[in-house]
Design a protein around this ligand. Structure first.
Ligand SMILES: Cc1cc2nc3c(=O)[nH]c(=O)nc-3n(C[C@H](O)[C@H](O)[C@H](O)COP(=O)(O)OP(=O)(O)OC[C@H]3O[C@@H](n4cnc5c(N)ncnc54)[C@H](O)[C@@H]3O)c2cc1C
Length: 401
């Protein structure tokens, strides 16, 4: 290791301090495992805070809480994105989770039996690394986007906040997933709006209805959490489709788009005279384009041979078998349909924390110095094993109350 870096040794590093990282942190702390969460953003909750202003959860508050702390709202209301962000921040404070913000990890590599996590001039060495984030970090844009007339305002849904960012004149929304539909309905109130592409189906009832909020959401959660999993034939059949396609529309219905005055058009396939060209040869004269075209995983900073041919990490319920000590939490369909949502993150986080606990106990019990202490009472031995690294400058881990 070169001297220009300040290097710290930490038993377990969690990269990502959104809901996935915090849920992992909760379960690690509960087990007395020494860890540090690193997050690139300025403030805990920023992933939610930086989404468009009118965004609300599609699941009611009853299903928006992380392990150990219910969401602070009536169970049947749909929290706003800022309320989710604030809840995540208060969750970290409540459990004294060690989160270091403003640390963007730019390389994760292996050295000997451990891992090296680099973030600018900072370097961390660790036995275990959890990459805790949704596998959609980098906005996906078509390659021809830069060829469009520079007078057209272009943005990805990731950058869209509200219609004040748009020029007067027409708006083309590209992509009819939940982001495209939500944003389309909003901008159609003030701008002539076209929407390109096709939805992959829709939930056939209003999620604001009492039927959804009190009954159907429970049914759907049960189905998504316990039936559509990697352990069931139905889950294994539908899982790959759920990963590769946009989710069905949840809040907005196709008829709502028509009622809002949105003109549905075919796919955008290229550029003609600086304008977006549609399949079939029509080009559109619009002043604004919002790309609601999804995301890339954004894992190029992980310098480890743990990815499959499709570029997705290879893992078994978050445990990367070909790189012992490496874990993922938050990925789409990591275990079930709810894995990348607030509804399912707690279960996956707990499983990964348990795997880290088992690994730590197994690794330590193989060393002579530890086996010599096996006469200690079980609880004392366990706490000694888990806290053994603290003399190396590990983060102080608060006990979960
Ligand atoms: C528009 C939209 C609406 C959604 N609505 C719902 C909903 O209603 N209900 C629901 O349950 N789910 C919803 N989801 C899905 C999911 O709950 C969110 O995407 C959620 O933000 C995922 O949380 P996460 O912690 O897994 O990942 P993220 O929220 O993406 O957090 C990842 C964190 O990791 C950090 N990070 C990333 N790369 C690095 C790096 N290299 N180094 C250090 N830190 C890094 C980021 O700064 C970020 O804070 C929605 C998703 C989107 C995009």
């Amino acid at each position: 290791m070169t001297n220009q870096y300040s290097s710290r040794k930490i038993q377990t590093i969690v990269i990502g301090g959104g809901q996935a990282g915090l849920a992992v942190g909760y379960h690690l702390a509960k087990r007395g495992i020494s860890f540090q969460i690193l997050d690139a953003s300025r403030r805990i909750g920023d992933a939610w805070r930086n989404r468009w202003d009118s965004l609300r959860l599609f699941n009611p508050a009853r299903y928006a809480g992380l392990p150990g702390l219910p969401f602070p709202a009536r169970g049947d209301v749909f929290p706003t994105k800022d309320e989710v962000a604030d809840y995540l921040e208060s969750y970290a404070q409540h459990f004294h989770l060690p989160v270091q913000t403003g640390v963007k990890v730019d390389r994760l590599s292996k050295e000997g039996d451990g891992y090296v996590v680099s973030a600018g001039s900072q370097q961390f060495e660790s036995n275990n690394v959890v990459v805790a984030m949704a596998n959609y970090q980098v906005p996906r844009l078509p390659t021809f986007a830069p060829e469009l007339d520079p007078g057209i305002v272009q943005m990805h849904s990731h950058e869209y906040r509200n219609p004040s960012q748009l020029r007067d004149g027409g708006v083309l929304i590209v992509g009819v997933g939940n982001s495209g539909a939500d944003i389309g309905i909003e901008v159609a109130r003030t701008h002539p709006t076209w929407m390109s592409g096709k939805e992959t189906g829709h939930v056939p009832f209003r999620i604001e209805s009492a039927l959804w909020r009190f009954f159907l959401v429970r049914l759907l959660r049960f189905f998504g959490h316990h039936v559509l999993t990697v352990n069931t034939p139905l889950g294994r059949k539908l899982g790959p489709q759920l990963i590769s396609r946009a989710a069905p529309l949840v809040r907005v219905k196709p008829q709502d788009l028509i009622d809002a005055g949105i003109e549905r058009v075919s796919r955008v396939v290229g550029v003609q005279n600086g304008r977006p060209l549609l399949e079939g040869g029509r080009s559109l004269e619009v002043r604004n384009i919002i790309w609601c075209t999804g995301y890339h995983p954004g894992f190029s900073w992980i310098d480890l041979p743990i990815f499959g041919e499709n570029g997705e990490p290879l893992h078994e319920r978050g445990v990367v078998n070909r790189a012992p000590g490496m874990y993922f939490v938050g990925l789409h369909f990591l275990y079930s349909m709810t894995s990348a949502t607030l509804l399912g993150i707690g279960r996956d986080a707990e499983r990964v924390a348990k795997a880290i606990e088992s690994r730590s106990l197994a690794t330590r019990s193989q060393t002579p110095s530890v086996s010599a202490r096996l006469k200690l009472p079980a609880a004392k031995l366990r706490s000694e094993l888990m806290g053994a690294d603290t003399s190396n400058g590990d983060a102080q881990i608060a006990t979960v109350s």
